[in-house]
Design a protein around this ligand. Structure first.
Ligand code: SAH
Length: 259
């Protein structure tokens, strides 16, 4: 059995209880060394084989899993954040299927959640934005044209940009081409939840200069939209004193002030 495990965004205590348990049982751990905190490997049992996938091809990863399976043992494939976001897990799971190796995914805390926590931020503020667009700039991995940054920017929703901190000037230009004003609030969170985390709150117009000033070129998320200001929103219906829910009878008083 292979377990694809989400390692969380960086801080070793942000792995799930299940993920930690799986690490402690694994006979082989293949971890994404470029982003996974190696401190997580300390949870492994004695004699566990550890491989860093940063130095491996897909075929080598699959081969290491196959060898472990042949001995009737268990592999943990440790991915950063949550494996469902830019984890390249489909291609691995297809190979495991082809070899008849069963596979299960254990979710993790994605870095986009870690970044929101670093900023004490709610992405979905009533009457500001109720949607979060997770996307990236095209680089060696292309992005379909219909998913251009500019086309998403036109919605004015909260956007979280992965894999794009090396091309912030181009990103800002695309955001503005799509309709975000230069004064739209934005933030950069570098290595969210790691000890050397950095966070910068700025605007779309100052993104490039602020990223350069902080020397941030990788392992960062860029968050864009009016939600970043965390103001001007309406109070939620859920906790509105005048609103009746399945669990609570509301009064007639409307409690809908703006913050
Ligand atoms: N599956 C991962 C994303 C992998 S893609 C997840 O759910 O988070 C790798 C990109 O994720 C990086 O280029 C960076 O944009 C982002 N990233 C990963 N860890 C991060 C962290 N701790 N802080 C900020 N961005 C991070």
């Amino acid at each position: 059995m292979v377990h694809i495990v989400g390692a969380g965004p960086g801080a070793p205590d942000l792995i799930t209880v299940r993920g930690k348990e799986l690490i402690s049982q694994a006979d082989t751990i293949i971890y994404a060394g470029s982003l996974v905190n190696p401190a997580l490997l300390e949870y492994r049992k004695e004699g566990c084989r550890v491989l860093n996938s940063a130095y491996m091809t897909l075929d080598q990863v699959v081969e290491a899993v196959r060898e472990t399976e042949a001995e009737g043992k268990m592999t943990v494939r440790l991915h950063t954040g949550d494996p469902c976001i830019y984890g390249a897990i489909r291609e691995q799971m297809d190979e495991f299927d082809r070899l008849g190796i069963s596979c299960q995914v254990c979710p993790g805390v994605s870095s986009f959640c870690g970044a929101a926590a670093a900023l004490n931020m709610e992405y979905t503020l009533p009457e500001i934005s109720q949607s979060v667009v997770i996307t990236r700039m095209a680089r060696r991995t292309p992005v379909p044209e219909r998913e251009s940054i500019a086309s998403f920017a036109a919605h004015g929703a909260t956007m979280v940009l992965f894999l794009s901190s090396g091309m912030v000037a181009e990103l800002a230009a695309e955001l503005m081409r799509g309709g975000y004003g230069a004064d739209t609030p934005a933030a950069i969170v570098y290595r969210a939840t790691w000890d050397d985390e950095k966070k910068v709150v700025c605007t779309v117009g100052t993104l490039a200069e602020r990223a350069a000033g902080e020397q941030i070129r990788k392992t960062a998320l860029i968050i864009v939209g009016n939600a970043v200001s965390q103001s001007g929103y309406a109070l939620s219906k859920l906790y509105d004193s005048g609103f009746t829910t399945e669990y609570r009878q509301g009064s007639d008083t409307e409690g809908k002030e703006r913050k």
